[in-house]
Design a protein around this ligand. Sequence first.
Ligand code: PHE
Length: 346
Amino acid sequence: MLLRKMTYSLDDVIKEAELEFKNAKDSASLENSKARFLGKNGLITTFFKQLASLSIDDKRQQGIIFNNAKKRIEQMLVEKREYLQKMELDARNSNELIDVTLPGRGKMIGSIHPIMRTQERIEKIFRSIGFKVIDGPEIETDWNNFTALNSPLGHPARSMQDTFYLDFKDHKNDLPLLLRTHTSPMQVRYATNNKPPIKIIAPGKTYRVDSDATHSPMFHQIEGLWISEEVSFADLKGIYTNFLKCFFENDNLSLRFRPSFFPFTEPSAEIDMMFNDGPNRGKWLEISGAGQVHPNVIKNFGLDPEKYMGFAFGSGLERLTMLRYGISDLRYFYENDLRFLQQIRY
Ligand code: PHE
């Protein structure tokens, strides 16, 4: 119900103001109502305008009445204003209320992925004996991944490492680029661009068409290469044995170098290890491929095989991590389940 006409009495206006202020739900609507009554063209103001036509005595008399009415309305306005402000403040305070009995919202502490942790441990161990850590691309040329490593096109050893080929070709020999099947191409990359002595490890991702509890299409290897004038298989044995003991923080383990075949090493070996204590005790576990670098490969590096020799190894980081922490299925590494990842913190 709105008052639109002057003919309403002052009491009506007061009642109307009272009602409207009472209904105001928030400060904004209250201030709007204020304008209707007390504003320049407000209802009370129009009463004052009538005074002009009255006699002096009537002016004084009516003036007092109008003023009292105005004061009433102002008073009601102030009361309601204070009330609303208090309500609004209370609402804000209760929104921001701190419940000290709630459990704390601690920040989750992230941790490094177990495979990365293994990689960093291995880097540290090999750095400490003078190896340089190098890095290279996961997309490789046919030459670096196969041919330079003594596996020419059509070589049967290639099919052991079938991979993912790209639609792009290597412009040098018109063969498709591929995802590297091992870290061994890093031998070629580094040795063709650096002079001996060469003493490197190259960790990183590798790819093969393979997927089960112990194989993932993407996995990690770490390549080792030491080339100089007099590095032999004996150095490989000493260094690798020492490495495993450091890595597992356990001197009580045995190694065996089982004759094997890789096109790029001769002789070649599969390195097996066995814990002599703990839950895995007494089982031989395959840990790495290795061997003396083949003279053809030394030649492909652009070096004289009569002068230079050395060894290489390639070890799986997943396998080393699984053994260190007793993990039975390699797929855990890639499911990103925090319940798994959070258990491995050192
Ligand atoms: N590249 C081999 C593989 O992935 C491992 C290896 C590296 C063997 C270096 C010998 C020397 O199976």
